[in-house]
Design a protein around this ligand. Structure first.
Ligand code: FAD
Ligand code: NA7
Length: 475
């Protein structure tokens, strides 16, 4: 402990990464300070403690996705003998939003109680700003400032939705994921702009809840993911009723009697339609403006605003660290921010030497047909190793219950194997319970298992995962 400073460690941003740092440092008896402050969305939406994941990210998204999946089953109940179920019954948006928000507030309360009652943590519901390399200015909602000092400073301020710069009033004419999960009025006919992760997940559950949904895709679906899998996700979403307009972006958005008139150009022709809601999901920008980074000498990428940190999470100022979504080149996921925070504290205080590894991280896209993957995409593997050096095993299958209940569509799995040493370097699964299936295969990939190891595994029958240990057909 250095008595020169008020805190051993001070964290700016109390999301997945920041709260982990606070927790781990507090358990080691350190004097910990935390500033967490939520800047409202352009529509004034605000939320409680915990950061993006529990408030406007993973948790409310998964609850809405699960609700849409439950709705799908109502079409199958009659086919399987359940009586008195109306397959055309309508969904009530307000009930869902109230329940989702009840869950979110439960998480906020647990966080608040922990922050306020735990010895060694001082929590400031204030905006943090660097003054010098050991001093942080804390600004409250009325603009009043106080200053604190710390030996180490960790920046974990996350990211916020991006907006296009060339459409007048776009921030007020559209909503983002920051607003969707607490939206007071049902979204109605919705245009989702963007074609990645957040866009397709939101479009998928909104279609499942019964809304008329169109996705506007600038170029490809799910940039960075295996493109064969991405196209299959799109095809499945189409079967479910989501519409796609590909190869364009909005050129203007106007208010017409409370609705949104959106115009775009396709094949040289101007087209337009009227929507109740326009949901923008065109990426996220690091929340680093007005953090005083430049003044203190913390380097950032001027274009994205992301902080530049090395493998040990150090910024260009040696006692200032940065973790999570606000850092350049990191995977924008809750578990990576958490593990990164844990390892940072181990290195700072417990002689740890492990850095966060961002390769072979399992992830799942919660589209109506869920997609789990870990390791190389086919496209990236071909680029790195050459097509002739790979075996790509695939399997297209229909889950037992889907056949039974006449559900449309098929599932798909893919393994990418290096010919040279038989090591599996990519796993891709499109089907039910993708997150549960993929987590286990994440261990397989991390342990550098060979295809032959998988061939020696006896499958669980009847299951969808048995398809993966039985794959014998390669492209
Ligand atoms: P955050 O959780 O964003 O926390 C940053 C905190 O800092 C916020 O509370 C912010 O208000 C605060 N802050 C910002 N500036 C200041 C300041 N100057 N002073 C004080 N406080 C400040 N990840 C998954 O793993 N699985 C998923 O299924 C998943 N789904 C997602 C769905 C959506 C719609 C979105 C948007 C994200 C999703 N993510 C998912 C990503 C995940 O939420 C983030 O990667 C994760 O929350 C990042 O954590 P973080 O600690 O870096 O930042
Ligand atoms: P991503 O992964 O950054 O993807 C952004 C998407 O938006 C992508 O499809 C882009 O198309 C598209 N995009 C970008 N700019 C525009 C404009 N101006 N107009 C229309 N479409 C555009 O963002 P997400 O929000 O899905 O996810 C960010 C992270 O949050 C993610 O990692 C999750 O962990 C949570 P492109 O392919 O570039 O043509």
């Amino acid at each position: 402990m250095n008595p020169q400073y008020q805190y051993d460690i001070f964290v700016i941003g109390g999301g997945s990464g920041g709260l982990t740092v606070v927790d781990e440092a507090q358990k080691l008896g350190k004097r910990v300070g935390l500033a967490d402050y939520i800047k409202p969305s352009p529509h004034g939406t605000q939320w409680g403690t915990g950061g993006t994941c529990p408030n406007v990210g993973c948790i409310p998204k998964k609850l809405m996705h699960m609700t849409a999946l439950i709705g799908e089953i109502r079409h199958e109940l009659t086919a399987t003998g359940w009586q008195g179920v109306d397959p055309h019954s309508k969904h009530d948006w307000n009930t869902l939003v109230n329940e989702v928000q009840r869950q979110v507030k439960g998480i906020n309360k647990a966080n608040d109680d922990w922050l306020v009652t735990t010895n060694g943590i001082t929590y400031y519901n204030k905006l943090g700003k660097l003054k010098d390399d050991h001093t942080i200015e804390l600004i409250d909602k009325d603009g009043q400032s106080e200053f604190v000092t710390a030996e180490y400073i960790v920046i974990a301020v996350g990211s916020r939705p991006s907006f296009p710069t060339d459409i007048p009033n776009v921030k007020l004419l559209t909503i983002t994921s920051d607003d969707l999960f607490s939206l007071k009025k049902a979204p109605g006919k919705t245009l989702v702009v963007g074609a990645s992760y957040v866009a397709l997940e939101c479009a998928g559950f909104l279609t499942g809840l019964g809304y008329d949904v169109t996705v506007m895709v600038r170029s490809i679906l799910l940039r960075g993911f295996d493109q064969e899998m991405a196209e299959r996700i799109g095809e499945f979403m189409k079967i479910q009723g989501t519409k796609f307009i590909r190869g364009t972006i909005p050129t203007s958005i106007e208010d017409v009697d409370g609705k949104r008139l959106v115009k775009w150009v396709l094949n040289g022709q101007e087209q337009s339609d009227i929507f109740d809601t326009v949901l923008l999901a065109i990426g996220r920008s690091a929340d680093t403006q007005n953090l005083g980074l430049e003044q203190v000498g913390v380097q950032t990428n001027k274009e994205s605003g992301k902080i530049i940190a090395n493998d040990a999470d150090s910024t260009s100022v040696s006692n200032i660290f940065a973790i999570g979504d606000c850092v350049q080149g990191r995977l924008e996921l809750t578990p990576t921010a958490i593990m990164c925070g844990k390892r940072l504290i181990k290195r700072l205080y417990c002689n740890g030497n492990q850095i966060m590894e961002y390769s072979d991280v399992s992830t799942t896209v919660f589209t109506p047909l869920e997609y789990g993957c870990v390791g190389y995409s086919e496209d990236a593997a071909i680029k790195k190793f050459g097509k002739e050096n790979l075996k790509i095993f695939t399997s297209e299958f229909t889950p037992l219950f889907w056949n039974f209940a006449n559900r449309k569509g098929t599932c798909y799995a893919k393994l990418i194997v290096k010919k040279e040493d038989d090591i599996i370097i990519g796993f891709h699964y499109l089907g039910p319970d993708a997150a549960e299936v993929t987590q286990g295969f994440g261990v397989v990939i991390k342990l550098k298992a060979k295809k032959n190891d998988l061939d020696n595994v006896v499958g669980i029958h009847p299951s969808v995962a048995e398809e993966i240990v039985q794959m014998q057909t390669w492209k």
